[in-house]
Design a binder for this molecule. Structure first.
Ligand SMILES: Cc1cc2nc3c(=O)[nH]c(=O)nc-3n(C[C@H](O)[C@H](O)[C@H](O)COP(=O)(O)OP(=O)(O)OC[C@H]3O[C@@H](n4cnc5c(N)ncnc54)[C@H](O)[C@@H]3O)c2cc1C
Length: 384
């Protein structure tokens, strides 16, 4: 029970939980094993109404608050992180910048197809030399007449390479201002000539999600595809990451919840020394510690989200929630493996904790590593 939740939030939780249990859970392990992106499941998520769910109704969305959307991610991650990541990257990184910075024409042109599962959209910041240090971006977009000519590459991009990925918002250097590179956000559709996409395989985590290397070779894009003002790319990135971090936190929370439930069920049924594991106090206390962490994480995340939904500053709270939820996801998944013993160390459709244990590892790295988040949080504390 959480004081911030309304009847509508409970309904969304029930709806997504049922979908995740009945549609995703039975098949996702096989996609993970094959490292295959399940396009059919993404289309089903579109029908469920969770893609673009916080998009206003006039552009085809549900007009939901952000908390509803985070609950949807949490429920998806309780069953599988690849699908939760697909949802989070599309809604927060793909759709988010449109809601905050697109013109009415751009919204009308792009958003409706992002709400149905017909098309996914990505956000491309990371490059070979621009990871934690976003100012290291080297991709350029030179304005020639009324077109940008884009050259460079982007790395690891979620929802960047599949058949239903329609393109991405790219951060590129469009010139120089006050002696510093001027960064601008540009919308690049996959059909643009000179845009090459290469799915990345061999991941430890999110094996059923789509991550891609993207290359621009004299890729020409009309100037109408500029998102926000010229030179505003850094601001767009910061605002997008503030919300994106809430969604990564929700994946951590949902993953921890799923791992905890698995460990609890296993501890109740597995017998050693003539009794269920749960009867041993050392195991029961592990479960108690897991439950405390999850409850704390949930309260912290929902509070940060409430601040966003109510137009209050939430940058520090979002960084704190992402740091905490991702770190407890690691701790809870690790203890869950311990409780399952040897059964936790093999691929196992009945007890898929091995996948959860792998998937949590991205959460302390993507959208701000734990080290970078501690920098964000400590700067805000020291500035007070
Ligand atoms: C599966 C996956 C999906 C992703 N999806 C996207 C996406 O959709 N779009 C996108 O743009 N990017 C995406 N990324 C990129 C992701 O956001 C970056 O991996 C992340 O920001 C870290 O950058 P890096 O990997 O280059 O690590 P680095 O920045 O090289 O960091 C390596 C290590 O050094 C530490 N470090 C770096 N700087 C400092 C410092 N100043 N002080 C202390 N420690 C420091 C880091 O904390 C980390 O531990 C994705 C990555 C993965 C793996």
């Amino acid at each position: 029970m959480n004081a911030l939740l309304t009847e509508k939030h409970h309904q969304i939780r029930a709806k997504v939980r049922e979908f995740a249990q009945k549609v995703v859970k039975p098949v996702i392990g096989e996609y993970d094993e094959r490292e295959e992106f399940p396009v059919a499941l993404v289309r089903e998520m579109g029908k469920l109404g969770v893609l673009g769910m916080h998009v206003p109704e006039e552009y085809g969305g549900q007009g939901s608050d952000y908390l509803s959307y985070l609950i949807a991610i949490e429920e998806m991650a309780r069953v599988d992180s690849s699908m939760a990541a697909t949802l989070a990257a599309h809604n927060s990184l793909g759709v988010g910048p449109f809601l905050d910075f697109a013109t009415p024409e751009q919204k009308a042109r792009f958003l409706p197809a992002f709400c149905t599962g017909e098309k996914l959209w990505a956000f491309g910041l990371t490059e070979e030399n621009a990871g934690s240090d976003a100012k290291g971006v080297e991709t350029t977009a030179r304005l020639v007449g009324n077109e940008f000519v884009v050259n460079g590459s982007k790395k690891y991009i979620t929802n960047g390479g599949s058949d239903i990925s329609a393109g991405m918002t790219t951060l590129a250097i469009t010139g120089e201002k006050d002696g510093k590179p001027e960064l601008t956000a540009i919308l690049i559709e996959k059909e643009r000539e000179g845009f090459v996409r290469e799915p990345m395989k061999g991941k430890l985590v999110w094996k059923a999600a789509d991550n891609a290397m993207l290359y621009f070779n004299n890729c020409r894009v009309p100037v109408e595809n500029q998102l926000g003002e010229r030179g505003n790319g850094f601001k767009i990135m910061l605002k997008t990451l503030d919300s994106g971090r809430l969604s990564i936190a929700a994946i951590g929370l949902g993953l921890a919840q799923g791992a905890f439930e698995m460990a609890t069920a296993y501890a109740k049924q597995r017998k050693q020394f003539g009794q269920p594991l749960a009867k041993f106090q050392v195991i029961a206390f592990k479960l108690a510690d897991m439950a405390v962490k999850i409850e704390t994480a949930r309260n912290m995340l929902y509070q940060a989200c409430w601040q966003k939904d109510n137009g209050l500053p939430f940058t520090t709270q979002s960084a704190m929630a992402k740091l905490y939820c991702s770190e407890i996801a690691r701790e809870v998944a690790d203890e869950a493996v311990q409780i399952l013993g040897g059964a936790g160390l093999f691929r196992n459709p009945e007890w898929p904790i091995e996948r959860f244990y792998r998937d949590q590892r991205l959460l302390q790295i993507g959208e701000g590593t734990s080290e970078i988040l501690r920098m964000v949080i400590s700067r805000s504390i020291l500035a007070e």
